[in-house]
Design a binder for this molecule. Structure first.
Ligand code: AKB
Length: 316
């Protein structure tokens, strides 16, 4: 079957890189990028692009039908720090957005990917080796919306047989596109500041341990989960997914191995509270057993790759 893939939120941190990877696998014309924000000329030259609002169900339905879409990656969302500033809007985008696409997937019998997050866990969750199934009482708007979204995914699968697949992403680290409004963003900002200014003021405490993943691994996990036979997808809420866990201090020390005069200072803000409510390390044994997930990048490999790419961008 020839696939036609629609990526919603294609100008974002995950979307921009996912579109590139999917186009390598499926061909440029088979992957339609879409975002509420207009794309630049370069992006449009690389393949089909539709400007549309994920909340406009009629526009989205029409685009799906007109283009005979067979798979959708629904990535449009508001992340933890921004969501706390705009709680109603965050709920609307994170929830109504997902429900629109669950309905489309049900009507048109499409395969749907939707990202969840480690933010579904809360202060009462065991923080080390957090199991797939455990106490989930998130204390951020973002986490509440992701947990509700997971329940909707499972509901649409159980009730209507919708082939929806999801991952609980840790903090994602990438050099191509900057993240927008998350708590784990420090782990990207620190690299840019280290290369440009050799110093960084971190908005989390030095010893705040969080689960993290390099974008290369996250993209591979996402596409593998979407490609695997439906019978292997045993979890229809969202899979725990892990690669590494580190603190800002551990990351700063790793960067100093490459930039010895780099210094990091710590001035925690409100985002410390969100980070403190999340796990330090999660157990992704079910993803590894069910569909063969394994990560490639650890802290040192990721740091080396990030610095190499950011240094090249600064030089050119
Ligand atoms: C955030 O920091 O909000 C996100 C997440 C952990 O889902 N990166």
């Amino acid at each position: 079957m020839t696939e036609t893939i629609l990526v919603i939120g294609s100008n974002g941190q995950i979307g921009s890189e996912l579109v590139e990877k999917l186009r390598e696998d499926y061909g440029s014309n088979r992957v339609i990028a879409s975002d509420v924000r207009e794309a630049d000329a370069d992006t449009k030259a690389r393949g089909p692009f539709i400007q549309m609002d994920a909340l406009d169900s009629k526009q989205v339905f029409d685009a799906v039908k007109k283009n005979n879409v067979t798979q959708i990656y629904m990535l449009a969302a508001m992340l933890s720090a921004t969501a706390e500033q705009k709680i109603k809007l965050a709920w609307k985008l994170n929830m109504d957005g997902l429900l629109n696409f669950l309905d489309i997937a049900k009507e048109e019998k499409l395969k749907l990917f939707w990202p969840s997050s480690i933010a579904v866990f809360g202060p009462t969750t065991p923080r080390r080796n957090t199991p797939q199934h455990t106490i989930m009482e998130p204390s951020t708007v973002y986490g509440i919306s992701k947990l509700a979204g997971e329940r909707w995914c499972e509901y649409y699968f159980q009730k209507y047989g919708v082939d929806v697949r999801s991952l609980r992403y840790p903090g994602l680290i990438s050099w191509k596109t900057l993240p927008g409004g998350g708590t784990t963003d420090y782990a990207i900002d620190i690299f840019h500041e280290a290369v440009k200014n050799k110093s960084y003021e971190c908005f989390l405490e030095a010893d705040t341990m969080l689960p993290m993943m390099y974008m290369e691994d996250a993209l591979r996990a996402t596409i593998s989960l979407m490609d695997v036979d439906a019978s292997k997808v045993k979890v229809r809420s969202s899979y725990n997914l892990a690669a590494m866990s580190f603190t800002p201090e551990m990351l700063a020390t790793e960067i100093q191995k490459h930039i010895p005069d780099f210094t990091c200072t710590y001035k925690p803000d409100i985002r410390q509270q969100y980070a403190d409510s999340w796990p330090q390390r999660i157990d992704d044994g079910e993803a590894r057993a069910d569909w063969g997930w394994s990560h490639d990048y650890d802290l040192s490999h990721m740091t080396e790759d990030m610095l190499m790419h950011i240094q090249q961008t600064v030089v050119h």
